[in-house]
Design a protein around this ligand. Structure first.
Ligand code: DGT
Ligand code: ZN
Ligand code: CA
Ligand code: CA
Length: 614
């Protein structure tokens, strides 16, 4: 199903009225039409009208990009069923300019609080309309009050259960609101690091904290800069004047804290160059790692802090000692680790989970730290969608995008028939997709295509296709997309049954979680991992920035027990293939090497691994 960021249809542009500098492409237009449909529904427009936009969006999504371009050039979009004059006019304007006055006006009529209600799980446009009209609720805060007063349960079509669910959703939203997906935080942080490095006063600049440790979500950004004391003011000046900054929350000579429009906050610290490695290490964390490092230093008569590595004995604080020039010198973090008899620990491993012990052995010439998997190691991926189900790019568009990434192969795993909302394929449509894939391979001209399916695991653990159908495929991704509220025992038995199925190659998004949006379903992952290892079934590391499960906390031990990982983007469009970057970061955090990840192998290696399993 289109969970995750592909909640696209319901995701409404918060940056209303933003001036697009150029025309929109087909998929962007489809998204805008979908959004117009949602906004009209919120306004209570007649269903006939709202549906016209939604089906127009769907038709554009399904259309080949070349066909769309040809029809726009020839002015023949109106020949298609469902594209009346008004719709054709709007598509034309969006295509030419990216702007649509009709949309801007519509969006301006709806309060931001009402748009925010769309993010509350369980609320769609119809329910929101009822809440507005009958209770005057126009924001998440007002909704919370109405629920606590019991007024929501009394509305027709809501009830006690819905009210409880809404309250839960609001609580999650409040708790999650304080963190941000790595993917989104990175998009803010990267240009800032580049900008800092571009300043004449700046010698070195890095993003530290949880972002540098590749955590899947980030609380705030931490920037560490090396500059001379007399230059610090110019650097904080530049930082606080960034156009994205909405509020400067703190400002001193060598520090500043700001908040961006998205709610994300950032700390900046400026230190003398000789202190940079110590400050970077300190503010990279984690706290647990830092505590263990400080203890190790103390055992050697040294005191480690953001200021430096100074003798523990003698008068004064660590800061004063560092200022008196008593610190050991470290040009880099590697030198800092070396002072404590340790090999360099990559930031993503610094969680206080045994990395220091391994780094000690490595420094002593023992077993080295693992060479963690890298983006460049990937040669393809297996879990990807096309326009046949709920993807937004065709088979050949997806292949072209994979080829452009330098990939050797691309696996297509569209949804199966029970995922009705995602337009899952039935047996006949699957057969023709397989034929199309074989024909594309025969014709050549790009990455090799593997024919697969993302087959629903039905509530009882059976699969959505018969064995005979599955046997026509190169591989099978099995995933849960329904009955999320089963008990832990039921869900565990269900998934284990699927993992034990001889035709299942890999388990998709093992927990169903959507980071900062939806909790995982209840499942005993230890038993699922045991079953996967026993049956030589791969578990996916779903690289979608909202999923990133199986969680990194479980991978190290599981991989030691020879659980094989597939790092899959779960791409629903060509840009989605790039999500593998998020997956690689999390895989590294889980101590995974290239050997642990199937899609670092070449095509022959992948096929060999699959055939050995059967
Ligand atoms: P976040 O922002 O919640 O995602 O997580 P972090 O790890 O980025 O935490 P943050 O921004 O509060 O601080 C950055 C790093 O600075 C943190 O990982 C370790 C270091 N640090 C901050 N405060 C303390 C502290 O009180 N004790 C220790 N040992 N380290 C600290
Ligand atoms: Zn799925
Ligand atoms: Ca932070
Ligand atoms: Ca911070």
């Amino acid at each position: 199903m289109t969970e995750g960021a592909e909640i696209g249809g319901r995701e409404v542009d918060a940056g209303r009225g933003v001036v697009a500098l150029e025309g929109m492409n087909k998929n962007e237009i489809a998204e805008r039409l979908e959004e117009i449909g949602t906004l009209l529904e919120l306004q209570g427009e007649n269903p006939f009208k709202t549906r016209a936009y939604q089906s127009g969006a769907r038709a554009l999504e399904a259309m080949d990009a070349d066909e769309f371009a040809a029809r726009m050039a020839a002015g023949t979009l109106g020949e298609l069923k469902g594209f009346g004059e008004a719709l054709v006019d709007k598509v034309g304007k969006l295509h030419a300019t990216g702007r649509l006055e009709f949309y801007d006006k519509l969006r301006a009529q709806i309060p931001d609080g009402v748009i925010a209600l769309l993010e509350v799980p369980g609320l769609g446009p119809k329910k929101i309309k009822a809440l507005r009209e009958q209770l005057g609720v126009e924001s998440p805060e007002a909704l919370g009050e109405a629920c606590r007063a019991g007024r929501v349960a009394e509305l027709a079509g809501f009830g006690e259960k819905t009210q409880v669910k809404i309250l839960e959703g609001l609580a999650n939203r409040a708790a999650y609101g304080k963190r941000h997906r790595w993917w989104d935080a990175r998009a803010v942080a990267e240009p800032i690091v580049e900008g800092l490095r571009g300043l004449a006063q700046v010698r070195r600049a890095e993003a530290a904290g949880s972002l540098r440790r590749n955590l899947e979500t980030v609380g705030d950004l931490d920037f560490i800069v090396a500059a001379r004391a007399e230059d610090a003011a110019a650097v904080t000046e530049w930082f606080c004047a960034l156009p994205e900054v909405k509020e400067v929350t703190a400002r001193g000579g060598t520090k500043a804290s700001v908040r961006f429009a998205s709610g994300l906050q950032a700390d900046l610290r400026i230190v003398p160059e000789e202190q940079f490695a110590f400050a970077l290490h300190h503010f990279t964390g984690s706290k647990d790692h830092n505590v263990a490092m400080r203890q190790r230093a103390l055992a050697r008569g040294l005191s480690l802090s953001e200021w430096g590595l100074v003798p523990d004995a003698g008068e004064g604080t660590a800061k004063e000692k560092a200022e008196r020039g008593l610190s050991l010198r470290a040009e880099s973090e590697a030198e800092l680790f070396a002072h404590l008899g340790l090999a360099f620990v990559p930031p993503e491993l610094r969680e206080g989970l045994g990395e220091i012990e391994v780094a000690e052995t490595a420094a002593g010439g023992g077993v080295a730290l693992p060479r963690l998997v890298e983006l460049a190691d990937l040669r393809g991926a297996f879990h990807n969608h096309t326009t046949e189900s709920d993807g937004k790019a065709s088979l050949l568009e997806m292949r072209a995008a994979a080829t452009a990434l330098g990939w050797e192969y691309l696996g297509i795993a569209d949804h199966s028939k029970s995922s009705v909302q995602a337009r899952g394929l039935d047996e006949a449509r699957l057969a023709s997709q397989v034929a199309a894939i074989r024909a594309a391979n025969a014709a050549g001209g790009g990455a090799w295509l593997f024919a697969g399916t993302e087959c629903d695991i039905l509530p009882d653990g059976r699969l959505d296709f018969d064995d005979g159908v599955l046997a026509t495929l190169d591989y099978v991704v099995a995933s849960v997309h329904s009955a999320f509220t089963q008990s832990e025992d039921e869900m565990t038995a269900r998934i284990v049954r699927a993992v034990e199925h001889p035709r299942v190659t890999m388990l998709g998004h093992a927990t169903g979680r959507l980071l900062l949006r939806r909790e995982a379903y209840k499942v005993d992952l230890a038993r699922v991992i045991d079953a996967a290892i026993a049956n030589r079934v791969i578990i996916e590391l779903n690289a979608h920035p909202s999923r990133l499960d199986l969680d990194w906390r479980l991978w190290r031990r599981a991989a030691e027990r020879r659980l094989m990982c597939a790092l899959n983007p779960d791409a629903h469009n060509t840009a989605g293939l790039r999500h593998v970057e998020a997956g690689v970061r999390v895989a590294r955090k889980g101590w995974l090497t290239a050997e642990n990840v199937l899609n670092t192998r070449d095509r022959a290696g992948v096929e060999r691994w699959w055939s050995e399993r059967r």
